[in-house]
Design a protein. Structure first.
Length: 274
C-alpha cells in the first residue's frame, strides 16, 4: 500500500479530534477552556471548515493527553509530517534510557521486575524474574515473550497462580481498555479471552476487609508467594519508544514472601547458585 493510499484512507483530522475529545469525555466548551481556543474555532476544526496548523494539532493533542504515536497520526491526517521519533532501543541516543532501565531492574533484585513494550512483549527482565518462568512451556519463552500470554496461558504461569480467576480478571480488564483504543491489541485480547480458567472471575474489584490491592499469589513448591505490582513510565518522553515503555516491578505482599526471597529462595539461574 502506498503512502498516497494510506493518506486517502486516513480519517479527516476534524473527525479524529472529535473522537479523541469524546473519548476524554470533554465538551467543546471544556476543551476550549483547557486549550485557550474559542469553541467556534474548535467547531470549525472538527467539521473541516478550518484546517489546524501543525502547532495547533500538537497543542490540542497535549490538552487531550493523546499518546505520541497517535499524535503522529493526527499530524499526518492534517497534512503534516510526524514530529515524534520512534528510536530503536539500541540506538546511540537511547544509551541513558538503557542504563536507567538496567539500574532499575537489577536494583530490584531479589524481587522480580520486567520492562515491556506497547504490546506487553518483554524487552528486558531482571534475574529474579526467573521465579515466574519456572515450569513454563519452552515455546512461551521464545522471543518475543509476551507477558500477558506467559501469565494466562494454561502452559504458562496460570497453573501456579492460586487466585487465577481474580488475577485474570484484573489483567483482562486492563487489556480490554487497551483493545478499545488500539486495534492492534484486539487479536491478543481475543486470544487471552479464550484461554480456559477453572476459577470464577469477578466482574468488579470489590475489596474485602483490609484489602488494598489485587495480589498475585504464586505457588512455589509447598508454599504460596504473594506479590503486588507497581508500574513505572518515563514522565517527559518525546520519543515513541520511550513513551511506550513500562517497567512492572513486583513486591512481596506479605512477610512470608519477604522472608522467602531474602532467605535464598532457589529461583536463580543455576550458574548463580553457590
Amino acid at each position: 500500500m502506498t503512502a498516497t493510499t494510506d493518506m486517502y484512507l486516513q480519517p479527516p483530522i476534524g473527525h479524529l479530534l472529535r473522537q479523541w475529545r469524546e473519548r476524554r469525555r470533554l465538551s467543546q466548551l471544556d476543551l476550549s477552556g483547557l486549550a485557550k481556543v474559542s469553541t467556534r474555532h474548535l467547531s470549525f476544526l472538527e467539521t473541516g471548515r478550518s484546517k489546524p496548523s501543525r502547532e495547533m494539532v500538537v497543542h490540542l493533542s497535549g490538552q487531550l493527553d493523546i499518546p505520541l504515536r497517535d499524535r503522529n497520526i493526527l499530524l499526518l491526517a492534517a497534512g503534516y509530517a510526524p514530529v515524534y521519533p520512534e528510536s530503536p532501543l539500541d540506538a546511540p541516543q537511547m544509551s541513558a534510557v538503557r542504563t536507567a532501565v538496567s539500574q532499575i531492574l537489577k536494583g530490584h533484585d531479589p524481587y522480580p521486575a520486567i520492562m515491556v513494550d506497547r504490546n506487553w512483549d518483554i524487552v528486558d527482565a531482571n534475574r529474579s524474574f526467573s521465579l515466574f518462568t519456572e515450569g513454563v512451556a519452552p515455546e512461551l519463552l521464545e522471543p518475543p515473550i509476551n507477558a500477558l500470554r506467559l501469565t494466562l496461558h494454561p502452559d504458562g504461569m496460570a497453573p501456579r497462580i492460586t487466585n487465577l480467576g481474580e488475577w485474570r480478571a484484573h489483567l483482562m480488564h486492563r487489556m480490554r481498555r487497551k483493545a478499545a483504543r488500539d486495534d492492534e491489541a484486539v487479536a491478543l485480547y481475543e486470544e487471552l479471552r479464550d484461554y480456559p480458567c477453572d476459577q470464577p472471575e469477578p466482574e468488579l474489584d470489590m475489596p474485602g476487609p483490609g484489602d488494598i490491592f489485587v495480589p498475585l499469589n504464586l505457588r512455589q513448591g509447598d508454599r504460596t508467594l504473594s506479590f503486588f505490582g507497581m508500574l513505572a513510565t518515563f514522565g517527559t518522553a518525546l520519543d515513541i519508544t520511550v513513551a511506550e515503555m513500562v517497567i512492572e516491578s513486583f513486591f512481596p505482599a506479605d512477610p512470608e514472601t519477604v522472608a522467602a526471597l531474602h532467605g535464598g529462595l532457589a529461583h536463580m539461574p543455576a550458574e548463580s547458585k553457590e
